[in-house]
Design a binder for this molecule. Sequence first.
Ligand SMILES: *Cc1c(COP(=O)(O)O)cnc(C)c1O
Length: 430
Amino acid sequence: MKFYSLNKNAPAVTFKEAVINGIAPDKGLYFPESITPLPDSFFNNISDVSNQEIALNAILQFVGDEIPTAILKDILAKVLDFEFPVVPISKNIGTLELFHGPTMAFKDVGARFMAQCLGYFSKKSDEEVTVLAATSGDTGGAVANGFLGVNGVKVIILYPNGKVSDIQERQLTTLGQNITALKVDGTFDDCQAMVKSAFLDNELLEKMKLTSANSINVARWLPQLFYFLFAYKQAKKAGREIVFSIPSGNFGNICAGMVAQRLGMPVKHFIAATNVNDTVPKYMKTQHYNPKPSTATISNAMDVGDPSNFIRIRHLYQDNFEELNKNLSSYSFTDEDTKEAMLEIYETSNYIADPHGAVGYLGLKKYLENHPNTYGIFLETAHPVKFLDVVEETISHQLEIPPQIQKVMNKEKKSFNISTYNDLKSFLLR
Ligand SMILES: *Cc1c(COP(=O)(O)O)cnc(C)c1O
């Protein structure tokens, strides 16, 4: 399988090269040259198949023979060692809980898969790879944890001073080993700008192999399609048409769901639910794509004004708006709406949703108003404890701290302070 650049100005590459490069030399995102549907029998019998087997079937065509199948199986066993339950909320709504991994963020699967692939590829070369990542909160913890102890890979995470939660900061500053955290005097946008500058800095690129760990990387993006297959496996028995509502920021997760659909998984419709960062809902209304700076919200992992993966979705539909519109609805919600939804879910179903999941729930409810006979699944992308203050205040109920989180609470935070790109560069070249 080859991957080509969506900017069409760079050579097609193998899975291995796509993973190591992250982004193509022409700054385009990589895209698989084909998506071959799995046989009908795969979906008919999916209820009897283990998650690891499902994942192997789904990812094999993209990885090809770049990783021997026995090793790919080992990787998937390491990556998928927790549950992905669909929990009923009401008669026609369920939630797919994606937060049972080590950092309780849905990004655990993608981050761990990418880390394992990169670890495998770098074992076979003597050049060390440096992964550079900016985080507004959840990505950093998942990436740090996923890459911890992977030989041949150094990880540097930039996060904005004072703008991530205490738990999130602990998750990325207490690990040590090959993980370094840089505390940036500035906003998330400043962190991201520094990372971008590094990727354009030829002096730096000559001296080290740099790659990114965000959902631009195919090894972080594609494994997210497993979630949808795991949900389908559980929801299929209801015998109703299924729709998915995905709380979206960079639109990598939902785009992976659409790849699962191209693999032949029966899905009736996708709903992209956003907070007030509504670039895509606006696009679906007006057909005009107007990126803008992000606005801070209580669902902060989705505070994205120019979603990097939306271009992959448009490409999947060959920029045919009519076709996209048949398969995707998109709605945006305010923080007030989100808190009301959290309270509603708690009071009617005794279920505690985090702000991101609550946005997904709102999008689903809106769609179901006009499609009452479908079964809707919204994705719960983070454990509510990751957003402790807002959740406890909204539902007036104290949460228990799960063991994964408790583990980091007493560890010492370690990070280096930086404030400019030059600080970052001298740090990297030191
Ligand atoms: C990253 C993230 C999202 C958004 O996912 P995208 O793939 O960027 O759309 C939603 N919720 C949580 C908790 C996240 O960490």
